[in-house]
Design a binder for this molecule. Structure first.
Ligand code: ATP
Length: 513
């Protein structure tokens, strides 16, 4: 655990030191759970956004993208159920005065049991060596089976009591499991209460006529209320999807995990409109599609897993998370939800407008069903960033810090160095930059020894370093160094563009999906 915490601390300090993420309003001691993306962070975030957008919108001729307002008519949130049901169960510890999400306390408890399972697996893997079969071990080792059963029983009960809004039972569960406050160590808990996560604000200048508004807690509703507009103007035929990326706001109760859980964050959502009755098939398809998108980035298959929801949201008939192994364990990165026709039917009811589709094949009108994919851009950022940060032991006994970002997402694709600051080398380096900058973000650095400049770019995540030396003046070749292998090769300046492109172009990566 301590190791995990250390690793997470390293991630946070590296993000700051290398201009990826700053705390919001830092000079005023910051604002809790709000963050700013710095010069490199903004580029990484933009690249993730673009990679998602291209995979969803550009590569699918039946998916279009929109960009709707953050403010929406307040009735939207009544119709969607957010006014009544967008709550988290909170609980306070009377001794530390700290507030927690009751469900998270229980989930953290089960995560500890899971850590025990991992330990057993690691021990057995060591013992059995090459002949170790993890699946068989998980299924047959009695201790592990008991642990897993305990986890399942707890989560099932939690899911059930949350679904039935039985907050007394959630509290009982916390008591029965002897869960203590991590700060005070005491079990002196209050009752569990519901807390609405939406931020309220007002529209209009005068107090009397002002209208109560909410900052949207999800981008999906902007898609639902525009469903017919898009369908008609885009002449879309079911099945089709509408995608959007945008800010969402939630007054999170507990927000202590850096950019994982923020009060202002960005979502990348896609609502896929389908014939009623086909939801199971599309739900499976989108689970598979989205997992392929993740795996194409090469962060390691072992770092992902599906988690099927026990507790379904008020709108869903099936739901799963894609969980990622963050520095603090497996947590939700993306949700895939079969939302039935709940949202569109509710908007029909509340607006009095028909939101139906005439299906030419079936010769009938219906309210479409929806399968949604919803991923947090900031969480994806954290997944990519934390997974890429490595402290690497080198053969000569030293270590290097390297940010092995997928090259397609790296903020800067290449850094160009003149070996020395004279003899026309800086001029040639600038010439190279002037050529490459039409295609990629490139960076010039002439300070310090080349080895030091390499290290800075390693820590920054730059996939290529190009060094211009005296030979370059004669034969128009340079040394290109690869971030991950540290290998160097001599290449013609005229080949640089093609070579870098092969490694970083979105097309090359999208083709892997
Ligand atoms: P959690 O259980 O972690 O609170 P959720 O189930 O409420 O998440 P959804 O409503 O399904 O999340 O939202 C879809 C996605 O939006 C999540 O998978 C996550 O990536 C992202 N997301 C949700 N809340 C936050 C937040 N506070 N900060 C950053 N990203 C978030």
């Amino acid at each position: 655990m301590a190791n995990q915490e250390d690793q997470f601390k390293k991630v946070i300090s590296h993000a700051k030191e290398y201009g990826y993420v700053f705390q919001s309003s830092e000079i005023y001691d910051g604002l809790s759970a709000v963050y700013d993306y710095a010069q490199n962070g903004a580029e990484l975030k933009k690249n993730i956004r673009e990679y998602w957008w291209k995979a969803m919108v550009q590569m699918n001729d039946n998916i279009v993208g929109i960009d709707t307002a953050i403010f929406m008519h307040p009735t939207v949130w009544k119709a969607s159920g957010h006014v009544d049901a967008f709550n988290d169960p909170l609980i306070d510890n009377k001794d530390s005065k700290k507030r927690y999400r009751a469900d998270v306390l229980v989930e953290d408890y089960t995560a500890k049991i899971e850590a025990k399972i991992d330990k057993e697996v690691a021990k057995a893997a060591k013992r059995f060596g090459d002949s170790f079969d993890k699946d068989q071990f998980l299924a047959t080792n009695q201790r592990v089976v008991d642990y897993q059963e305990k986890i399942n029983t707890i989560l099932k009960r939690l899911g059930k009591s949350l679904e039935n809004e039985d907050l007394v039972d959630v509290r009982n569960l916390i008591d029965e499991l002897d869960i203590v406050c991590p700060i005070s160590g005491s079990k002196n808990w209050t009752d569990v209460k519901q807390f609405n996560l939406m931020f309220g604000t007002k529209l209009g200048a005068s107090a009397d006529s002002a209208m109560d508004l909410y900052l949207r807690p999800e981008t999906a509703q902007g898609i639902f209320v525009n469903f017919l507009n898009v369908q008609k103007t885009g002449r879309m035929k079911i099945p089709f999807g509408i995608a959007q990326v945008g800010k969402a706001f939630r007054n999170e109760i507990v927000a202590r995990q850096f950019i994982f859980r923020q009060r202002e964050f960005e979502q990348m959502e896609m609502q896929f409109f389908i014939q009623p009755g086909t939801q199971q098939e599309w739900y499976e398809k989108w689970k598979e599609n989205r997992m392929k998108w993740h795996l194409s980035l090469g962060l390691g298959q072992e770092n992902y897993r599906f988690h099927d929801h026990e507790k379904l949201a008020h709108y869903a008939d099936a739901a799963a998370d894609i969980e990622f192994k963050f520095p603090f364990g497996f947590k939700e990165l993306e949700g895939i939800h079969s939302r039935t026709n709940f949202d569109l039917s509710q908007h029909e009811k509340f607006s009095g407008k028909k939101l139906q589709y005439f299906d030419n094949d079936l010769k009938e009108s219906y309210v479409p069903y929806v399968v949604e994919t919803s991923i947090g851009l900031d969480r994806m950022f954290l997944a990519v960033f934390s997974n890429s940060l490595e402290e690497e032991e080198l053969e000569n006994g030293t270590t290097r810090t390297v940010l092995k970002l997928p090259a397609v997402l790296a903020p800067t694709k290449a850094a160009v160095f003149p070996l020395v600051k004279k003899d026309g080398l800086p001029e040639l380096a600038h010439e190279i930059i002037n050529e490459l900058k039409w295609e990629f973000n490139v960076f010039y650095d002439e300070k310090d020894a080349v080895g030091k400049r390499y290290r800075r770019q390693d820590a920054n995540g730059t996939p290529f370093c190009i060094t211009v030396d005296h030979q370059s003046l004669e034969d128009k070749t340079v040394t290109i160094r690869h971030r991950d292998t540290m290998e160097q090769e001599r290449v013609a300046i005229s080949d640089l563009k093609t070579m870098i492109n092969k490694a970083v172009a979105m097309k090359e990566w999208l083709m892997k999906i």
